[in-house]
Design a protein around this ligand. Sequence first.
Ligand code: ZN
Ligand code: ZN
Length: 421
Amino acid sequence: MTHAGNAMGSNRPHEARLARLAEVAVKVGLGLKRGQELVITAPLETVPLARAITEAAYKTGASLVTTFYTDDAATLARFAHAPDEAFDTASGWLYAGMADAYRNGAARLAIAGDDPSLLAGQDPAKVARANRARSKAYVPALELIANFSTNWTIVSAATLPWARTVFPDEPDDVAVAKLWDAIFAASRVDGDDPVAAWEAHNSALRSRTESLNYHRFAALHFKGPGTDLTVGLAVDHEWCGGASTARNGIVCNANIPTEEVFTTPHKSRVDGFVTSTKPLSYQGTLIEGITVKFSEGRIVEANARTGADVLAKVLDTDEGARRLGEVALVPASSAISASGLLFYNTLYDENAASHIALGQAYSKCFRNGGEGMSEDDLAARGANRSLIHIDWMIGSAEVDVDGLTQEGRAVPVMRGGEWID
Ligand code: ZN
Ligand code: ZN
């Protein structure tokens, strides 16, 4: 495979760009500290990036890097041959071990590059059972990630199945090269000083969150084609975005790339209807054309043009799966949106458009980072709880956003998908 097609990106050889992405992942994404352990999960096809990150981590002083690889072929073998009663099984021991590692100070890095349609042809009931079992087993580790007990980050790597999905008309090597170009550009590693580029980006995101936190809106109102949605915000909510300080005191960027500012909606104060503006790629299935109706925070009607059966099963995961845990604002002109590509990957597509997430809220998006607030305190302020957290896109150049003050006055926040300054 060649990576010669980087005309639009940079003249640097692929390996050099990979090393720069690895450096950004370790220094900006994780803020890895000397002596810290690191747990990596990665698809088998992303070994070159996993190795580059491992090297960068050791150069930064990591004490031990442990990588767990996932294999699409092994996953398909399970769906083809495992006994039906086995789909409620998950590797609880593995997630318990990861939780143990995070409690003992390990940082966490995930490489995303999965085949977006891997499970599209599989029995939705089996997919749902497997996902549910995995989500449940993952709780001890996920809680520590969701509340930023440790520093963590997600980066992406181009894989052939993902590249084929994004660039279906290109030969394989060109598709992979083009996807890498898009990843390097969105991850801000093509300039002279990627770490400095990230400092500037983080400070721009910080001025957005400071302005929204100054307003302390009671709700946001989204209006566009197929959308008229009021999203009440949680009491004592705080807007987050860009770099954040984990509870271990380490500053990290949880998503590489990231363009969003986000906060916690009130689980009982969401009303109206909303239509998705991009497909949602959920654990191997594409869910397109989602339309849902909310009443008092709860989804009371849900439909989708494709993947409706998977969406229905997702919503039945638990009570919290029908309520929101995140609302995020992203300008329609963001670097990722400007690429004009549909990535079929939430990490990318969620940074191309404003979005909402079903399920678990981030306790970090409260005053003082939710420090000192118990689960009951958070719930009393409107934070949702669920086994799932699934982002889907509701913003576009046709969607306007207003902030509603405590007195009910509308303040324009976005027009035609762009920030109002
Ligand atoms: Zn988000
Ligand atoms: Zn999210």
